[in-house]
Design a protein around this ligand. Structure first.
Ligand SMILES: Nc1ncnc2c1ncn2[C@@H]1O[C@H](COP(=O)(O)OP(=O)(O)O)[C@@H](O)[C@H]1O
Ligand SMILES: Nc1ccn([C@H]2C[C@H](O)[C@@H](COP(=O)(O)OP(=O)(O)O)O2)c(=O)n1
Length: 229
């Protein structure tokens, strides 16, 4: 269903705030394409791990990613993620990739390459929802709408634990520690750190359910229709 929205919705924020699930649902509601840029950094990380390279070795990481063919789909209802023609859609969500992805995504040449690819994918769509960490600040500074999703750390850890089926206090404590570590890494890196764009609308999802967040973002997107933006 096309609701009349054209343009780009940038959805940024830390892990577990609901970006992926909200971005997909918003894209379906708006009849828009959808791009998960985190999936691209995760796919690059698969290439690095498969090459046997230390994710902290920036030079070696840069060389591996420069040679890898990373492909992602832009349909809201399917997940296509490939590295050199191999389907890695399930593997990119595994713990090994999650542990290494912040280091890989901090390498400037990796970012340049993937940002170029993201802009090319976005330019092919009349309407698109793009989620990540630097979409409003770097990838699409002129996006039609920028939303920065936040949520309390406990809510984020609980959501992630439920999603992964983790139940023991130790598993949940480890997951919360991993979220904190990744927040710190992603927010303090020199190149394109995680932060809200100055013109982003901040939406706190701590006390909203997923549908409540989707309604809010769709409403914000539709308010730009005919507004001359
Ligand atoms: N507002 C919300 N309230 C409760 N759970 C949510 C909310 N938004 C998303 N979720 C759930 O939290 C988990 C993490 O969401 P996800 O979209 O993967 O976050 P992110 O992409 O920001 O890491 C998913 O299981 C999702 O269904
Ligand atoms: N635009 C982006 C998207 C993701 N990243 C990095 C930082 C994140 O820790 C990883 C993984 O992102 P992803 O959105 O898949 O992570 P979560 O699902 O939120 O846990 O990639 C980035 O640096 N820039």
């Amino acid at each position: 269903m096309s609701a009349g929205f054209t343009g780009q919705v940038a959805l940024d924020g830390p892990s577990g705030t609901g970006k992926s699930s909200v971005a997909r649902a918003v894209a379906s509601r708006l009849g828009a394409a959808y791009l998960d840029t985190g999936a691209m950094y995760r796919a690059a990380t698969v290439a690095v791990l498969d090459a046997g390279v230390d994710p902290e070795d920036a030079e070696a990481v840069a060389a591996v990613v420069a040679a890898a063919r990373i492909e992602v789909g832009t349909a809201a209802d399917t997940e296509l993620v490939e590295v050199d023609g191999v389907d890695v859609a399930v593997r990119i969500r595994g713990a090994e990739v999650t542990r290494a992805v912040s280091a890989v995504s901090a390498v400037p040449s990796v970012r340049r390459r993937l940002v170029d690819q993201q802009r090319a994918l976005v330019s092919a769509a009349d309407a698109v929802v793009v989620e990540g960490r630097d979409i409003g600040t770097v990838v699409l500074p002129d996006a039609t709408l920028k939303v920065y999703l936040t949520a309390a750390p406990e809510a984020r850890a609980q959501r992630r634990a439920a999603q992964l089926g983790l139940t023991t206090p130790q598993e949940i404590a480890e997951l919360a520690a991993d979220l904190r570590r990744r927040d710190e890494y992603d927010s303090s890196r020199a190149d394109s750190p995680l932060r809200p764009a100055e013109d982003a609308v901040v939406v706190d999802s701590t006390h909203l359910d997923r549908e409540g967040v989707v309604d809010r973002v769709v409403e914000l997107a539709l308010s730009t229709v005919g507004a001359g933006t």
